[in-house]
Design a binder for this molecule. Structure first.
Ligand code: AMP
Ligand code: MG
Length: 282
């Protein structure tokens, strides 16, 4: 399966050279069939992870307006047991948030062991919208790439599987999506003139994204550029890459679950033994 994974620090990223369309030969029928199987696998992997409580997963979703952050959450999280998933959206910082460092509001939503955190936008906004609109001096946002690298390394060292997605759509596709929103009564609530305003800064965002991806790509916190012009392919790529990352830990988790089962059985046997000896009251 064609995928654009960036996991080397300083990797060269040219978004305009990466296709936003599904690869040749991929069809919706094929993708949907595969996605169904992946959904079941993801559910089982999550169940083992939840029980074993040795790792957690952080999924960061980034992309331009209408790139499909919400849709990805709906589809991919739909496969998971909601008990172990926390979805967090990061909007314009509140007054209180602005009075702290940029990671303050983010770190407290990092996933606990056994669980998923899905970020709809994230700490990356502080080197994207903040950079493009000059919301902070360059000297400040420039230091943030290093802070982000350290932050994600900290999470990874504490057993978090970090996966970062850039939902890649073309300018043409975005135009169609924004226009569709206007026409359809059920999506018109999403209308926001700001989306068109942001579109005027398309190239500046491209540059900001390329820098963010390049400067924060790491083995333990890879970026995946998702061809997102077709929603069905976008969902497949995200599900496939999450499953792949979790699959690598499956044996570990199963071993841990077996140990836990053994311990439980032993404790139960001891309890039964002890209660036999005890004189019965009543
Ligand atoms: P939405 O994702 O459509 O709900 O919009 C959220 C808005 O919050 C977007 O326009 C983001 O650019 C903005 N936003 C998110 N994080 C930040 C941040 N750290 N600083 C400024 N704006 C932000
Ligand atoms: Mg929006």
């Amino acid at each position: 399966m064609m995928r654009n994974v960036f996991d080397k620090p300083g990797a060269r990223v040219r978004l305009n050279d990466i296709s936003a369309d599904p690869p040749k030969g991929m069809t919706r029928a094929k993708a949907d069939k595969r996605l169904e199987a992946l959904g079941e696998e993801l559910f089982e992997l999550q169940d083992s992870m939840f029980g074993a409580k040795v790792r957690s997963v952080l999924v960061v979703l980034q992309g331009r307006d209408s790139a499909g952050k919400d849709g990805s959450i709906k589809h991919v999280v739909g496969f998971l047991n909601p008990r172990g998933v926390n979805v967090v959206s990061f909007g314009v910082p509140t007054a209180e948030e602005r009075e702290h460092d940029f990671l303050w509001r983010v770190h407290r939503h990092a996933p606990r062991k056994g669980e998923f955190a899905i970020f709809n936008r994230s700490h990356y906004e502080d080197v994207l919208v903040v950079r493009v609109h000059g919301l902070a001096p360059k000297s400040l946002w420039q230091e943030r790439y290093g802070h982000i690298r350290d932050f994600e390394e900290l999470l990874a060292e504490h057993s978090t599987i970090v996966l970062k997605y850039f939902l890649h759509i073309t300018k043409k596709e975005q135009e169609q999506r924004l226009l569709e929103r206007e026409e359809q009564p059920d999506t018109a609530w999403k209308l926001n003139p700001n989306d068109w305003r942001e579109r005027d800064h398309w190239d500046a965002y491209t540059q900001a994204y390329e820098d963010a991806i390049s400067k924060t790509a790491a083995k333990h916190a890879p970026w995946i550029v998702v061809p997102a012009n077709a929603k069905w392919y976008r969902n497949l790529v995200i599900a496939e890459s999450i499953a792949e990352a979790l699959r690598a830990h499956r044996k570990d988790w199963m071993r841990k679950l077996e140990e836990m089962g053994e311990t439980g059985r032993k404790e139960l046997a001891e309890y039964r033994q002890a209660s036999k000896k005890k004189p019965r009251l009543s």
